[in-house]
Structure formats: structure tokens, C-alpha cells
Design a binder for this molecule. Structure first.
Ligand code: TYD
Length: 206
């Protein structure tokens, strides 16, 4: 498998979408083959599961939630990610397994180990080559989310405690795997975040 899987992680409002767009444009400008994708989504089944899992009118318990994200991931990996990587492409993926570990494992209290196990099964063991974790303080997040003015989805209805737990889990995951997970300051200006991201991809980019 000649391609590279680069995942972008962080809480809602940490600037992931901006970094994905910037990084993709940067790799394209270097004439590298790159595809940007997001989770849950990217393929039809996963996009439909995305609608379900975000629907605020549905009751979804924590285990079901973890399994829905894992099912969407399983389909994305087999239908699109593996073929793209086999073609030798760089894939910039907005959220991957670490999101489930932080949100379902820690935020919902299912336990990181249990959620890691179902994701090992779902992904067939496909791990990110590098993960860029956009770390952001609660105040910056709150002001960015407030500015968006989008309808609140089911996940965003979770209380502060949920996001505090998820943030702590991201920090722990980053500390446990410093080779793979690089921590970036999500509160910095977009061009600085992009420069730090390129730096953090040293050794992966030709
Ligand atoms: P999205 O609108 O993509 O949010 P964001 O822009 O913050 O990525 O919605 C995805 C939501 O799903 C987001 O609240 C995070 C959550 N999520 C999980 O809880 N677990 C997961 O494994 C993934 C991929 C996402």
C-alpha cells in the first residue's frame, strides 16, 4: 500500500474543516495525488448513517451510537479508503477512529478499550499513518460554534461534561502515541496551523 492516510482530529470548532481544505490544496500544489474525505460519510451507506446518527429526533443509545460510527467506518474503509491507498493516494480524512475513542469511549463512558476493539474489527486494522490533533480551549470553541449559527445536531446536544471528557481523552491518546498523533494549536490563525501541519507531516511527504 503506497498511499498515506492522514487523519485530522479535534473537537467541533477546533478548525478541522479549514485545515483539511488548506492541507488538500497544499498537497495538490505539490502535484501529489490527494483525496479529502470526512467521517461519518464519504460513501453512500456512511452518508445515510451520518444522517441517522446526527438526527436530534432519534433516540440512540451509546452502544448503538458507537456501532453506527463503526459501521460507517467499515464501509468507508472497504469501499473507498483501501482502494485509494492502494492507488498510492494521500487521503486527508476529517475524523477517524480517535473520534470514536474520544466521543464514545470517553464522552459517552463506554471505555476507550471497548470502543477500540469494535473499531479494530470495523477497520480491519487500518490505522492512520499520521494524525493531526487540533487542540483548542473551551472558550475558543464556544465562540466559533456560536458564530456558525447552524442547527444543533444530536451530538452537539451533549453537555459540557461530554466535551470535557472527550478533550481529556484526545490529550491522553496524543500523549500515548506521540509518533502518530501530533498536537497542533487549533486557536492559531489558519496559515499558522497549516504551516505547523506541514511540519508535522515531515517524513510522510516526499
Ligand atoms: P460533523 O458535522 O462532521 O462535525 P465536525 O465538523 O465537528 O466533525 O459531525 C460529526 C459528529 O459526529 C461530530 O459531533 C463528532 C461526532 N463523531 C463521533 O461522535 N464519533 C465518531 O467516531 C465520529 C467520526 C464523529
Amino acid at each position: 500500500m503506497a498511499g498515506r492516510l492522514i487523519t485530522i482530529e479535534g473537537l467541533d470548532g477546533s478548525g478541522k474543516s479549514t485545515l483539511v481544505a488548506g492541507l488538500t490544496a497544499e498537497l495538490e500544489s505539490r502535484s501529489l495525488p490527494v483525496t479529502a474525505l470526512r467521517e461519518p460519510g464519504g460513501v453512500e451507506l456512511a452518508e445515510r448513517l451520518r444522517d441517522l446518527v446526527k438526527d436530534p429526533s432519534l433516540e440512540v443509545n451509546a452502544r448503538a451510537e458507537a456501532l453506527i460510527y463503526a459501521a460507517a467506518r467499515a464501509q468507508l474503509v472497504s469501499e473507498l479508503l483501501l482502494p485509494l491507498l492502494e492507488e498510492g493516494r494521500f487521503v486527508v480524512l476529517d475524523r477517524y477512529i480517535d473520534s470514536s475513542l474520544a466521543y464514545q469511549g470517553a464522552g459517552r463512558g463506554l471505555g476507550i478499550e471497548a470502543v477500540a476493539q469494535i473499531n479494530q474489527f470495523a477497520s480491519g486494522g487500518l490505522a492512520a499513518d499520521r494524525t493531526l490533533y487540533l487542540r483548542v480551549d473551551a472558550a475558543t470553541r464556544a465562540s466559533r460554534i456560536g458564530e456558525r449559527g447552524e442547527a444543533t445536531d444530536r451530538l452537539e446536544l451533549a453537555g459540557d461534561e461530554f466535551f470535557t471528557l472527550a478533550a481529556a481523552a484526545y490529550d491522553e491518546l496524543a500523549a500515548a502515541e506521540p509518533q502518530r498523533i501530533r498536537v497542533l494549536d487549533g486557536a492559531a490563525a489558519p496559515d499558522l496551523v497549516l504551516a505547523a501541519a506541514i511540519d508535522a507531516l515531515s517524513g510522510l511527504l516526499p
